[in-house]
Structure formats: C-alpha cells, structure tokens
Ligand binder design. Structure first.
Ligand SMILES: [Ca+2]
Length: 205
C-alpha cells in the first residue's frame, strides 16, 4: 500500500470511529437481605440464584414456570444472574452486587425492574424446574429512595430490598420465597406416563 493510500485509509477509519456513538451502560447496585426458602425459616444458601429482570413490554412480569425463568414471556428480559455469594450483612441469605449493563434494545430507560431469587437453584441452572422463588419490584421510591426502574444511559442507581431488621421498610416476611406450582402440562405428562405404566403392568398379568 502506498503511503498516501495508507494515510487516507487511516483517516477514513478515524472518521468512522469518531462518528460512532459510544454505547452507554448503566450501573445498578442491587442489595437484598434476609432471603429465605419457602418455609420462611431456612436462609437462602450461598449458592442460590439471583436475577434482575426488566419488563420491556410494559405489561407486567410473567411468573416463572417450571420450564422458563420468565414464564415464556418474550418481553421480560433477564439483565443479570448471580450466585448468592456476596454476604454483606454477616448472615446467610443476604446479597449485594454491582451490575454493569450495556443498554441494548429492547431494554430502555424507564423499563420496570424486578428482583427474583431462587433459593434452591444454582447459577448453572438452565430452568427453574419445580422449586421455590421470591420476587420484589416497586415503581415508587423504596429503601434508599429509588423506584425499580432502568435509569437513563450512563445512569447509576441503588436498588435495595432491606427488611425492618436491617433498617429497611419491608417486613421480615418479605424475604420468604413461594413454592413454584408445576405447569398443568407437567401434571398431564405425569398422568399419561402413569397410565402407560399401568396398562403395561396389566398386559403382563
Ligand atoms: Ca412483561
């Protein structure tokens, strides 16, 4: 390549780079305390699964099913998944972590955020299965003064779910997970499976 050609090539590359808008990212500090299993007594183990989800369809959050963390909803987007291994309050079942998320469509500023926890799963779980889960979201200001909403490009936000015992505004019982109800299709599959086994045993007799 000639020297002049190389120079014009570099100038073009420079122009392209300077005209490209840098993709901004948001920073979220997510803190939660006293998360329990569905029995309300056993603290969430340190390998439990934590998720931060955005509702990009403004139609609310779909409950998890035993085959999908977001119940098959195409507009509930999981921004981050964590193992519960950041113990900040000196006891089990507590979580705090910094999330750096690059704002990519369909996630935009203003989307509502939800915090969900699965006490019996691990970070490597590919689907909930039949297990327990808990969730929290609030559009209005909550602990430390922020609603659970995606901030604008470059924004930094603190989201906290702290119980009364930790100086927050939520009753201790808020950290209790519910038991996930199996989907009807799973029951139907189990039922037909049992029928098949039954008929096989009958034929053998
Ligand atoms: Ca939704």
């Amino acid at each position: 390549m000639k020297k002049t050609n190389l120079l014009s090539f570099l100038v073009v590359i420079g122009l392209i780079l300077s005209s490209t808008k840098l993709i901004a990212s948001i920073t979220i500090t997510l803190t939660a305390g006293e998360l329990y299993q569905s029995n309300g007594v056993t603290p969430m183990a340190d390998n439990g699964l934590i998720q931060l989800i955005a509702d990009t369809g403004a139609d609310g959050f779909t409950a998890p099913s035993n085959s999908s963390f977001v119940g098959g909803s195409p507009n509930d987007i999981i921004l981050a998944s964590f193992a519960l291994d950041h113990n900040t309050f000196g006891s089990s079942g507590c979580f705090s972590n910094l999330i750096n998320y690059t704002l990519l469509a369909p996630v935009v500023a203003g989307n509502q955020l939800m915090f969900r926890w699965f006490p019996l799963l691990t970070i490597s779980s590919s689907q909930p299965g039949v297990t327990s889960y808990g969730q929290f979201t609030s559009l209005t200001a909550t602990d430390f003064g922020n609603g659970w909403i995606v901030p604008a490009d470059g924004g930094v936000i603190d989201l906290n779910l702290l119980t009364l015992g930790q100086g927050g505004s939520h009753a201790e019982s808020y950290g209790v997970a519910n038991l996930l109800v199996p989907e009807p299709t799973s029951f139907a599959m189990l039922g037909s499976g049992l029928l098949m086994i039954g008929s096989m045993i009958r034929r053998r007799k």
